[in-house]
Design a protein around this ligand. Structure first.
Ligand code: NDP
Length: 278
């Protein structure tokens, strides 16, 4: 079974690559942004014409939350037009699309975990483009799995864990926001869940949530990283108002994962357990 992975040199794409050979019978084509630009409709069509892909896993995105506020055209092009291009081409080629979206489609005003059917009301441009990308897929392709995830970290790419480890090595004291609450997600756990869906040949298409189990603020996450690594840093919890950023971020974006767990019969590790193996 042939599987195309777009955005393959990013964090999730690299993670998928690192575990791809654990599943016999799956043949992956990993395409970086240079090898396949998802905003180029004809390039995507040519790639799909040449290979009989059963699945396309879209890891490509404009992911810089703050830059999206100023680089609006680029964010829209990649996150909306790119998603639509993939959906249209998957439809033409009878390919199932597994697309990754984000907890940032929610406004964060709830105080219990967001379910798939809760109203998406993004408060930043990145979340807005990701939500419009979801809609572009849903409107053009039935055979889709849209997986919303949150706070991805791994040994690959840029992420909060790597930033903390770098800063922790440079400084004795750090201030970290405590009033934004979500769930860290180890990219390897998400990648395994994606492969599980493929192996199951599931036709339960739709929108799903996947993050690790548990809840954390960025402060909690930072503290756990330093505790795990035995790094001595004085951590100061600060309010998000004390650390202004170009993009607003939801105060609460914990995802409810019951649909994912019950549909695919998967166990999801707690983020603290995943941190210990990361
Ligand atoms: P990364 O930023 O690490 O990777 C994104 C990749 O997309 C990069 O390799 C980038 O390539 C590539 N890309 C950008 N534009 C194009 C294009 N036009 N055509 C093809 N590839 C392109 O993101 P992650 O791996 O962390 O994220 C994976 C998914 O998860 C994304 O959909 C993201 O929105 C979602 N997500 C991520 C979260 C996180 O905390 N990181 C949280 C929630 C959801 P290049 O570097 O060459 O531009």
């Amino acid at each position: 079974m042939n599987i195309l992975v777009t955005g393959a040199s990013g964090q999730l794409g690299s993670t998928l690559k690192s575990i791809a050979n654990t599943v016999p019978g799956l043949h992956f084509a990993f395409a970086s942004s240079k090898q396949l630009d998802i905003t180029d409709f004809e390039a995507v069509r040519n790639e799909m014409d040449k290979n009989n892909y059963a699945y396309c896993i879209n890891c490509a995105a404009f992911t810089h939350v703050d830059n999206a506020e100023s680089e609006t055209d680029k964010a829209k092009l990649i996150n909306v037009t790119g998603a639509r291009n993939l959906a249209l081409n998957c439809h033409e080629h009878k390919t199932v699309l597994i697309h990754i979206s984000t907890d940032f489609v929610f406004d964060g005003y709830m105080n219990e975990p967001y379910r798939e059917e809760d109203i998406a009301r993004p408060i930043g441009f990145y979340g807005d483009t990701k939500y419009k990308g979801e809609r572009a897929i849903i409107n053009n392709l039935q055979e889709h799995f849209i997986i919303r995830t949150s706070w991805l970290y791994s040994e690959f790419g840029n992420n909060f864990m790597k930033t903390m480890l770098r800063l922790g090595a440079e400084r004795d004291e750090l201030s970290v926001v405590y009033d934004q609450v979500g769930t860290p997600t180890y990219a390897r756990d998400l990648a395994k869940a994606i492969l599980h869906i493929i192996k199951a040949h599931s036709i339960d298409y739709g929108v799903y949530h996947y993050s690790n189990e548990g809840v954390a603020s960025w402060y909690d996450f930072a503290k756990a990283i330093f505790d795990e690594q035995g790094i001595q840093v004085t951590l100061n919890p600060i309010r998000s108002e004390a650390y202004p950023t170009p993009a607003a971020r939801p105060k609460f974006s914990v995802l409810d994962k019951e649909k994912m767990k019950s549909t695919f019969k998967i166990d999801i590790p707690n983020w603290r357990d995943s941190l210990a193996v990361a």
